[in-house]
Ligand binder design. Sequence first.
Ligand code: GLA
Length: 549
Amino acid sequence: MLSLLTTTAGVGLALPWLAAAVVHTPTPPMGWNSYNYYNCYPNETIIKDNARGLVELGLSAVGYDVVTPDCGWPSKNRTADGQITWNPELFPSGFPALGEYLHGLGLKFGLYSGAGVWECTPDNGDATVGHEVEDAHTFAAWGGDALKYDNCWANIDTMIRFVDYNPSEKDPSVRFAAMSDALDSVNRSIVFSICQWGVGQDLGVWALKYGDTWRISNDIQDNWKSIWRIVNQAVPYVKHTGIGKYIDMDMLTVGLGALSYEEERFHFGMWAISKSPLVIGAPANASITSEESLAILSNKDVVALNQDLLGEQAQLIRRYTEEEYDIFAGNLSESRKVIGVANWSNSSKSVNIDLQLVGVQKSGNIRDVWAAKDLGQYEGAVKVDLKGHEAKLLILPVSAQLIYDVEPLYYPAATGILQGDAMSASCGGGCLPKGSKVTNMTVGSSVTFSNVSGGVLGGMKLIGIDYINYDVALASAWTNGTNTRNFTLSVNGGEPRRWSFPISGGDWYETGRLDVLLEGFHVGSVNELRVEAPGLDPGADLVGLAVYT
Ligand code: GLA
């Protein structure tokens, strides 16, 4: 069933864009941005003080080097010849001088504009749409090294809303492609960070063509539930990310005061292994930002996970919704893997991680990264103790990797018995592997599969649930948007168990798979498996079940 394969993890990865595109940032960018703490009120003193703070606190030496004044920097009007320009009251020395100042400190100059007519607050001045080539030249002439490119006032037809979650435009990529081309035309390498929040479909497909990084979500807020929302939105992008192409999970809230110590480590660690840019949002100032938070941001071993040369986003391997923890894993350079064990629960817990989950039978010395401790060698499983809201990061050297060579039996959802509002729908090639799905899984609706095989052993089985969830929290990000849909599964009338399904892809056709373990199978093709939308909110769309007997 399982075979051993000697591996050098990651070598030979197919990265189709590498052949053609210029890689501006081989590892995720790191830096500081004014927005999370100073909102749209940056000024010269603030930017210079924080830039010096990055150097003095040793943060720039750890890698945080791009300093970006976010919204609020430009003059309300362009110059007489149409150039975007800084607000001289806020930045009396001007932007070219600011660029020189930052470069003099060994830092990089990040600029902020947008693919709309104005910044998010129109009083803050113009954005760039329609001026792409001039602005790209201006930013280059000022010594710009990076550009965060936002999406406010983008619905040029109507101009009714500063943020439009249902725009009439067919293809948002056009506005971002225009700036990408303009930046390519200047004689300076400028890292291009798309900040389109994921409005509309297929962000992962188009953004990697134009951006070095791309924001996948609406803004992070300074609270714990933002972490759950954004992690659930990051999951499907493993299909699209790689060296020089990174998802942006938004600026860090570490040091802003709302998260506990464990939550700050959880947040930072998850952003690090997801290969998100690490952009500090707290002041680089030891009298404002706690020593603990600065120590988290300065943790070189966690930063090294983010800056690993393989650039691989860690993947959600298993979710245990009722037990409230997740296991993420990804390959690192030099034949290593990282495992992230994320305890979403308020309470502490001990979990046993089966190393087969991450394709490993026997590991060399496992390193607990936050504890900076070697745990020794493991065979089979490793036990991890977690505090409430702790995410443990483990590094494993991998000499021999297991591969599963078992073909699962497949049960398409449309072949089940549908109850409640559930109905089957076709979805062409989108919802692979079967081209059909069951949709409209309102609360209480269900799909029941009969004669499911329990193999020759029965007992516990691994089930790959193919599902579709594109219920993206844009407007609901501000309230309780979670980016999840829920199902319960029960075998042979047993106790239903619940799982939360993260976003699966770029539309209501793109399938994701969540692997779960279910107990209670009998031997042979005699089992009844019921998938139901529990009394929370609607379930995901169901494509089918892969049962590993
Ligand atoms: C949007 C972006 C934020 C920030 C603000 C500024 O909301 O997503 O990161 O730049 O605009 O107004």
